[in-house]
Ligand binder design. Structure first.
Ligand SMILES: Cc1cc2nc3c(=O)[nH]c(=O)nc-3n(C[C@H](O)[C@H](O)[C@H](O)COP(=O)(O)OP(=O)(O)OC[C@H]3O[C@@H](n4cnc5c(N)ncnc54)[C@H](O)[C@@H]3O)c2cc1C
Ligand code: SF4
Length: 329
């Protein structure tokens, strides 16, 4: 592991300033929340920071703060605290369920919401230091190599899948991301936060160097809303989604007035399926309609040589999740 200096930020402004100072001094700096992703990358020489800016020393950035405009969730909240928070569980169930499916209890105890959303890809080639597009190179090794867990939508020139369970849920909830940087604060809709490789193959989101994801804002939950997160893994626990579905339905008795359906594990960004949302809106959700939703969810899928199994898996997951949520007592 390369040597680095650790700095404990006391405020968001100080965190931003510490990154700026490092850059002015010709050094590289990395933000660190729980460190459960970053420190592995540092140990493996994938990321080589001169300075670590520790965000966990900023007080108050781990709170859930309800207000008239919904709820503000601090980016430094741990995944465990998020998943077990009573208000998040009852009103933003999809987010609580997504948080509690992440990794292991140990990782959920240290991993933060912002760190989970901003975690780097888990493509085998990237994590093993291959000089691919994500590691400063000019090629993608997965296209003709190991691509069992890669994208079936939105791929090219990199074919990663976005690894964050909470990101998928946040897009389904139309969250706004609070970004703090050298020029102040801005709110970014969750859908605009993530970047496809064709826009920029080297990164996964719009954060500029030195910008911090300080939290997320969620609109109030209407009483008619119900939501859930379902995830398929290749083993019982402790791993990322092979395919996942975050579904939010506003129900008027048996009729779905509005649907939000976002897929995880299938694209380089949380993958919204607007054709499925349109299909469900204004309809009674029957087994037949849920099956049609499953079919619509995979329209336009472009599997690689080794991941075509994700197409029927996605179809089945969307069908089951939509039907179970709509018919839940
Ligand atoms: C074995 C294993 C299994 C896993 N399984 C899953 C899973 O099933 N689902 C899932 O979603 N994840 C999974 N993960 C990833 C895990 O959830 C992440 O490691 C964790 O959520 C990252 O949180 P952290 O606070 O520790 O982030 P850190 O390691 O501190 O940071 C992660 C990245 O985000 C950046 N960052 C951190 N905080 C901020 C901020 N506030 N603003 C801007 N950038 C920031 C860092 O610079 C770094 O690049 C798994 C990880 C492991 C090791
Ligand atoms: S999918 Fe992305 S991370 Fe994986 S080898 Fe290709 S460019 Fe690298």
């Amino acid at each position: 592991m390369k040597t680095f200096t650790n700095t404990n930020a006391q405020t968001l402004d100080q965190a931003v300033a510490l990154v700026q100072q490092a850059r002015t001094d010709g050094q590289t700096a990395s933000l660190v929340g729980g460190g459960s992703d970053l420190l592995a990358l540092v140990k493996d020489f994938i990321v080589k920071p001169d300075v670590l800016v520790n965000l966990k020393t900023i007080k108050g950035l781990d709170q859930v703060v309800p207000g008239a405009g919904g709820v503000d969730i601090g980016g430094l909240i741990t995944l465990d605290a998020l998943g077990s928070h009573p208000m998040i569980r009852s009103q933003y169930t999809v987010l609580a369920e997504a948080a509690e499916t992440v990794a292991t209890p140990q990782i959920r105890n240290v991993g933060t919401l912002a760190g989970n959303v901003c975690q780097r890809p888990w493509c085998w080639y990237f994590r093993n230091g291959f000089p691919c597009l994500k590691n400063g190179g000019s090629t993608c090794f997965s296209v003709g190599g190991e691509n069992q867990f890669h994208a079936i939508f939105g791929g090219g020139p990199s074919y990663i899948v976005h690894p964050s369970d909470t990101a998928t849920a946040l897009v389904a909830l139309d969250a706004k991301f609070r970004v703090v940087g050298p020029s102040g604060e801005r709110m970014v809709p969750a859908t605009d936060f993530f970047v496809l490789p064709r826009q920029d193959a080297a990164r996964e989101n719009i954060l500029a160097p030195g910008e911090v994801l300080s939290g997320v804002q969620l609109a109030p939950t209407p009483p008619v809303r119900r939501s859930t997160y379902n995830k398929v893994l290749d083993r019982e626990a402790w791993t990322h989604a092979v395919v996942s579905a975050a579904v939010v339905l506003d129900m008027d008795k048996e009729i779905c007035r509005r649907a939000s359906v976002v897929l995880g594990g299938v694209a380089p960004i949380p993958w919204r399926v607007p054709n499925v949302e349109r299909l469900l809106a204004g309809q009674r959700i029957t087994p037949d309609l849920a099956a049609k939703a499953g079919e619509a969810a995979v329209a336009g899928a472009q599997p690689l040589a080794k991941n075509a199994y994700k197409v029927p898996m996605t179809k089945a997951l969307v069908r089951r999740t939509v039907l179970a949520l709509a018919t839940r007592a």
